[in-house]
Design a protein around this ligand. Structure first.
Ligand SMILES: C[S@@+](CC[C@H](N)C(=O)[O-])C[C@H]1O[C@@H](n2cnc3c(N)ncnc32)[C@H](O)[C@@H]1O
Length: 299
C-alpha cells in the first residue's frame, strides 16, 4: 500500500471521534484515516467504510483486519450514502469523512491509466462496472464536449488546441493508451508552454478523470444526503483537492448554515503545513472544511 493519509491530525481534531461512536469513512481507500477512527472509537464504535473502487475495498479489508468486528465495508458510491446507511443499520452516526479524489495506489499501481508517466490502457474508472472510460471520451465524444471537459474540469487554457488534435489523431488511429494521449497533447500545446511548473499534460488527465468518474456530480448530489444521515451534534469533514470541489463544499456549507442546519467549524479551509507537504507532496493541494450538525434545527 502506498497511500499516506493527509491532514490526519486535523481530521481527528474536527471529527472528534469518541469511544463507542459510529463513524462513516465515505471514501475509505486504503483505510489510513479509518484506522485512526477505529482506534479512537474503541471498544464498540463501528466504522462504515465506502469506496467506489472494488480493489480499494479489498485493501481496506486487509488494513482493518484487526478491527473486523467493528467494520462494515461497502463497494458503492458515497452518493448512495442514505441507502447504504439504512441497509447496513449503522446508526447513530457521529462523524463522516469525505477524502475526495484518488489515492496514490490508484495512480501508481492500479494500471488503469490515471497517470501519464506510465504506458497503460486509458481507462480511469474507479468503478469497473461503469461503462464510461477515458478511452470512450477521447475517441467518441464530439470535439466541443472534449473542449468543455478540459476547460471546466482542468482549467486547461489550450483546451481547444488539445481537443482539435485529439479529434484529428483519432481519425487516423484509435487512442488507446496513456502514452498515445500524452504525445497528442504535447503536440497540441505550444512549445514554450510545454515545460512549465506542472507538466503540460497534467490538467487534461485530471479533467478526464473527473469526467469519467462524474466526481463533481457525485459530490453535489451526495452533500445533502451526507448531512441528513448525520446525527444532531455529529460532524462532517470534507477534504478536497480541486478548486471546483472546494467551492462547491464552501457554498453548500454556507447555505446550510443560513438555514440553521449546521455550524461551520472552519471559516477558512485548513491546509497542510510545510512539514507535511515535505513528507507528502500530495497534501499540498488538500483543503479541509468541517461542520457540526446543530442539535436543534433553527428553522
Ligand atoms: C483520497 S482517496 C481516500 C484515501 C483514504 N482516506 C485513506 O486514508 O487511505 C479517495 C478514495 O475515494 C474513492 N472514491 C472516489 N469517488 C468515490 C465515490 N463517488 N464514492 C465512494 N468512493 C469514491 C476512490 O476510489 C479512492 O479510494
Amino acid at each position: 500500500m502506498t497511500h499516506i493519509p493527509v491532514l490526519t491530525k486535523e481530521v481527528l481534531e474536527y471529527l472528534d471521534p469518541k469511544p463507542n461512536e459510529n463513524m462513516i469513512d465515505a471514501t475509505i481507500g486504503e483505510a489510513g484515516h479509518a484506522l485512526l477512527l477505529l482506534e479512537k472509537t474503541k471498544p464498540d464504535g463501528r466504522v462504515l467504510g465506502i469506496d467506489l473502487d472494488a480493489k480499494q475495498i479489498e485493501h481496506a479489508k486487509i488494513q482493518t483486519g484487526n478491527f473486523s468486528k467493528r467494520v462494515v465495508l461497502v463497494n458503492d458510491s458515497y452518493a448512495n450514502i442514505k441507502e447504504i446507511v439504512q441497509k447496513n443499520n449503522v446508526k447513530p452516526i457521529f462523524g463522516i469523512l469525505l477524502d475526495l479524489g484518488y489515492s496514490s495506489w490508484q495512480i501508481e499501481q492500479s494500471t488503469k491509466g490515471f497517470s501519464f508517466k506510465k504506458d497503460e490502457i486509458l481507462d480511469m474508472r474507479y468503478d469497473l462496472q461503469d461503462s464510461l472510460t477515458a478511452q470512450k471520451i477521447v475517441n467518441e465524444y464530439p470535439e466541443r464536449e472534449i473542449i468543455k471537459i478540459l476547460q471546466e474540469y482542468g482549467q486547461e487554457r489550450f483546451a481547444k488546441q488539445i481537443a482539435g488534435k485529439i479529434t484529428e489523431q483519432r481519425n487516423i488511429k484509435r487512442i488507446q493508451t496513456t502514452f498515445q494521449l500524452k504525445e497528442i497533447i504535447e503536440h497540441a500545446v505550444p512549445k514554450k508552454f510545454q515545460y512549465g511548473r506542472i507538466h503540460c499534460v497534467t490538467k487534461s488527465f485530471q479533467a478526464l478523470r473527473i469526467a469519467v468518474n462524474r466526481e463533481l456530480d457525485n459530490l453535489a448530489s451526495a452533500l445533502p444526503s451526507v448531512i441528513s444521515v448525520l446525527s444532531p451534534g455529529g460532524r462532517l469533514v470534507v477534504i478536497s483537492f480541486h478548486s471546483l470541489e472546494d467551492r462547491m463544499v464552501k457554498h453548500f456549507f454556507k447555505n446550510k448554515e443560513k438555514e440553521g442546519v449546521i455550524k461551520i467549524l472552519t471559516p477558512k479551509p485548513i491546509s497542510a503545513g510545510q512539514q507535511e507537504i515535505l513528507e507528502n507532496p500530495r497534501s499540498r493541494s488538500a483543503k479541509l472544511r468541517a461542520i457540526i450538525k446543530n442539535e436543534k434545527i433553527e428553522v
